[in-house]
Design a protein around this ligand. Structure first.
Ligand code: SAH
Length: 268
């Protein structure tokens, strides 16, 4: 399992350097920077990174969050916002247990192409955090509990709290508290269904969006907002691989039927 920390458009070189140090402190495999608004290799960042400077130098740069997460399986995003997040906000231990659960055991992850897929923790901009569309890239949202009047931590402080919690869970000092995935019945026996791969969900959403635009359910100017609602629904439901395949099958059949009707309509 490879654990990646992703910073979206960080503006403070001191924060970036501090996060690189934290990644080294807590054994994180890689740092991904999405369109940084500062020089991540400048003097200030290096000074804060101390023994994390190697990690800082190896940090990869990405133009968008989607691109940075394209190879990731499970993703947890973090938010200090108390209002308006599109998915429930979980305490760190619950969200992180889910992140580790999907990646820790080879039995839970038998697909050879995804056995080594990284998992990611996403942190937002210092000034405005992550937009709803970005939060919806994640399967779980995490919030560090604070006093009610001021919930927003400094970026690197938030990373410190989350990575410490992750470290505690990985060392087995706290039990994995995440709720089990939904039970499904397979041939009479009840088994736990793993949530589908992130990549499969993205592909199903892209398929559905293309069809819904084609048949006029979505219009170019409404598509973003409506697809965000659908995405929120599917992320909340933690759909399994079988369920996502069912959705794709439905979309595929509907596309075929609608094209057939159009072409037979034009024949008459
Ligand atoms: N006004 C912004 C502040 C962002 S602070 C907001 O509330 O979203 C920068 C980043 O630090 C956030 O995007 C998030 O990744 C992290 N962060 C700050 N406070 C947090 C909290 N209480 N719980 C989880 N993450 C937090």
């Amino acid at each position: 399992m490879s654990l990646q920390v992703v910073l979206v458009e960080p503006a403070g070189p001191l924060n970036v350097g501090s996060v690189a140090r934290l990644c080294a402190n807590f054994g994180i495999d890689g740092l991904r920077l999405v369109a940084p608004r500062c020089d991540p290799l400048g003097e200030e960042a290096r000074r804060m990174a101390v023994h994390g400077v190697g990690l800082l130098e190896r940090a990869s740069l990405w133009p968008t969050l989607e691109a940075a997460l394209a190879d990731c399986d499970r993703v947890v995003a973090t938010s200090g916002r108390l209002e308006g997040p599109p998915l429930p906000l979980l305490p760190p231990a619950d969200a992180l247990a889910w992140l580790l659960e999907g990646s820790a055991s080879p039995q839970a992850d038998p697909a050879p192409q995804s056995a080594g897929a990284p998992v990611a923790l996403v942190f937002g901009r210092e000034d405005r955090g992550l937009a709803n569309g970005e939060l919806l890239q994640a399967g779980r949202l995490l919030q560090i509990g604070t006093g009610p009047s001021y919930s927003s931590l400094n970026l690197s402080h938030a990373v410190a709290v989350v990575l410490h919690e992750l470290h505690t869970l990985r060392r087995g000092e706290r039990s994995l508290a995440a709720s089990p995935p939904p039970a499904v019945s397979a041939g009479g026996a009840t088994v736990w269904a793993d949530p589908c791969r992130r990549h499969d969900l993205e592909a199903a959403l892209a398929d559905a969006e293309a069809l819904l635009l084609e048949v006029g359910f979505l219009l170019p100017h409404t598509s973003r907002a409506r697809m965000a609602k659908l995405r929120a629904l599917l992320q909340r439901a933690q759909v399994s691989e079988g369920e996502v395949a069912l959705l794709r099958g439905m979309v595929c059949q509907l596309r075929w039927a609608s094209r057939r009707r159009v072409s037979s309509g034009s024949d008459t």
